[in-house]
Design a protein. Structure first.
Length: 166
């Protein structure tokens, strides 16, 4: 069994922007920053998945196409319940929501129970129970042209398969 999830992976330009954003923060206590190579937006968390189920989901994704889109970021939020500091979009991007909903539907038809909460796209920047303030946060756009099936193994993320958006 592999611990899998679908995600958007930032390109080098976006990683640099995220890194600069993180360096602009001050915090009252210590934060555990997400390593730059682990920054991502989770689209759908699948959990522990068998090889057979993984193949079934990949097959479904390969027979579908999704549209490329841009996400405008410029808001920092602290989610107390999960103790994360995250970057969130300025407004909902329809094609992002369509992609996340489509992947969730594929998981469901493959017998995977997914999170039933409202999807809230975000990039987790740091974890910890602290008050965080950021320097000036300039909004920026992330043009998304692909998404990935990822494996999580002891805090290390590996791309299993990547698909282009049309």
């Amino acid at each position: 069994m592999k611990r899998l999830f679908f995600a958007l992976i930032p390109n080098d330009r976006i990683r640099k922007t995220l890194s600069q954003l993180c360096s602009s923060f001050t915090a009252e206590n210590t934060l555990w920053w997400v390593e730059n190579h682990n920054l991502h937006i989770t689209l759908c968390f699948l959990g522990n998945v068998s090889e057979q189920t993984q193949r079934a989901i990949i097959s479904q994704v390969e027979n579908t196409s999704f549209s490329a889109f841009s996400i405008s970021f410029g808001q920092i939020e602290y989610w107390r319940q999960s103790s994360v500091c995250c970057l969130t979009p300025l407004y909902p991007e329809v094609n992002l929501l369509v992609l996340a909903d489509g992947l969730k539907a594929f998981a469901s038809t493959s017998g995977i129970d997914t999170d039933q909460r409202l999807y809230e796209p975000h990039v987790t920047l740091a974890r910890g129970q602290v008050t965080v303030t950021a320097a000036d946060i300039k909004s920026f756009d992330w043009h998304v042209t692909s998404f990935c099936l990822m494996e999580s193994n002891q805090g290390q993320y590996t791309i299993i398969k990547e698909w282009s958006l049309t």
